[in-house]
Design a protein around this ligand. Structure first.
Ligand code: SDX
Length: 435
């Protein structure tokens, strides 16, 4: 930990059943103070109650800070819009992993280490072949990443700093290869090997779109847009999938198992699966004249329908990633000469009408990172089923950085929440003939 947490002498005063308790308050380097309840149950015999963790800090972290009211996202203190404009994904990976922007030499060494790990164990090709061709690529990614523990057993000892480092580089390096292989497998095309002379994003694109009979020519602007999408998804504090990785890691599970758990959680439509669900929603809306019908459904308490790509647990202002993504959407579609993209027209008009609607204003619902990303990915040639695998590929560095940070925290304990029990009190067994 970088020790930027300041320990206050201030206390939170709590009175329960005539007894009073003083709970320590800790102040962060940025954001709200926290009330330390770690000794509450031992002292007062009560639990706190916070399903969904809306008011709960689960850990100390120095990696990412989000100010949801101001629409600010910082990675090790650097604003996401500056990183998206001026940096690139592997440099952001270095920043997230090691805490500082690299020197030229450090970046060159890191890039070389990642590049030399992009190939997947050849035996894993047979693992892919056990899936049906129509398997969702996320199902394949969960299985393949979990199975990496069987193929890369020499980097599973979490108590060995060197093995933790190797596992980190392997995960960042191999996720594009695994995602591309899942895509190729689903369309019945042969796997394409990584090319070490290409940058990270260009390599991913060529592994997805090359075939043995024709090498894909990577357009530098598309590669830049792909790289920016990776950067915008790299990390995001203690979101559901990152918290899943941390909880899995707290039991001492190996890194591949922890990342596979994160991928599984990300798949949900309330989380990373929203990018696929959002594009499918925009297609279902189809034309701008049908937008009011869907906005009405989103507001109807009796209708489970929600605007996918809208709303966020933390952002009660614009998601700064969505702003950058929207700019990229215009750029990529212009480049590809996709003028009258109905989906983009519907997205922009839906955003406008929703933001003009009191319901969304009152509930502070704004477009999130998933609202525009699918439009870019579709224009680049990806099917909707590849949207969440690309999110998972991008977020792997965030999961790994948080995993490493947790393992280096001396205060780390196995995560084991309690509950508010609502079931029956103790009762005796009744034989079946007497029921
Ligand atoms: C990601 O945590 C992260 O950081 C995640 C992420 C990351 O980078 O890791 O940012 C990535 O997951 C982005 C979110 C992608 N999901 C979606 O776009 C799915 C649609 N959004 C919602 O399901 C919802 O907004 C969540 C899940 C994102 C947030 O849900 P919360 O914080 O639990 O909020 P809530 O469900 O309690 O909603 C508050 C109110 C409710 O109305 P009331 O019950 O108070 O009357 O707002 C309403 C909700 O009904 N609401 C919506 C809505 N989202 C919330 N109404 C219509 N459409 C929506 N999209």
């Amino acid at each position: 930990m970088d020790g930027s947490r300041t320990d206050d002498t201030r206390k939170a005063h709590l009175e329960i059943g005539g007894e009073s308790y003083d709970l320590p308050i800790h102040s962060p380097s940025e954001g709200p103070d926290v009330v330390d309840i770690r000794k509450l149950y031992a002292q007062a015999g009560v639990f706190t109650y916070d399903p969904g963790f809306t008011s709960t800090a689960s850990c100390d972290s120095a990696i990412t800070y989000i100010d949801g009211d101001a629409g600010v996202l910082l990675h090790r203190g650097y604003p996401i819009d500056q990183l998206a404009q001026k940096s690139h994904y592997l440099e952001v990976c270095y920043l997230l992993l090691y805490g500082e922007l690299p020197t030229g030499a450090q970046l060159e060494d890191f890039t070389q280490r990642v590049t030399m790990h992009t190939m997947l164990h050849e035996q894993m090709h047979y693992f892919f072949r056990g899936f049906r061709r129509d398997a969702h690529p996320m199902a394949i990614m969960v299985g393949v990443v979990g199975a990496m523990a069987a193929f890369y057993h020499d980097s599973t000892d979490i108590n060995d700093p060197w093995q933790r480092e190797v596992a980190s580089i392997r995960m960042i390096a191999k996720m594009p290869t695994i995602a591309a292989m899942a895509y190729k497998y689903s369309i019945g095309q042969p796997f394409v090997y990584p090319q070490n002379d290409l940058d990270y994003a260009s390599n991913f694109l060529q592994m997805c779109f090359s075939v043995p009979s024709a090498q894909y020519q990577v357009d530098p602007i598309l590669a830049r847009a792909m790289d920016r999408i990776f950067t915008l998804h790299a990390d995001h504090e203690q979101n559901a999938s990152t918290s899943t990785v941390r909880l899995a890691s707290s039991s001492g599970a190996n890194p591949f198992a922890c990342i596979a758990a994160g991928i599984a959680c990300l798949w949900g439509p309330a989380h990373g699966g929203a990018n696929q669900a959002c594009l499918e929603m925009l297609r279902e809306i189809g034309t701008v004249d049908r937008i009011p019908e869907f906005i009405a459904r989103a507001k109807d308490k009796n209708d489970p329908f929600r605007l996918m790509g809208f709303g966020h647990r933390v952002y009660k202002n614009f998601d700064p990633r969505a702003t950058v993504m929207k700019e990229s959407a215009d750029e990529v579609l212009d480049l590809l000469g996709v003028e009258d993209n109905d989906t983009l027209k519907v997205a922009k008009e839906l955003e406008k009408q929703a933001l003009d609607d009191p319901y969304f204003a009152e509930k502070k619902l704004f477009p999130n990172v998933d609202f525009y990303s699918g439009i870019i990915l579709e224009a680049m040639g990806f099917p909707t089923s590849m949207f969440t695998p690309i999110f998972a590929l991008s977020r792997t560095v965030g999961w790994i950085s948080q995993w490493k940070e947790q393992l280096s925290d001396p205060a780390m304990k196995i995560g084991r929440p309690r509950q508010l029990y609502t079931g029956p009190s103790q009762r005796d067994y009744v034989d079946v003939e007497n029921r």
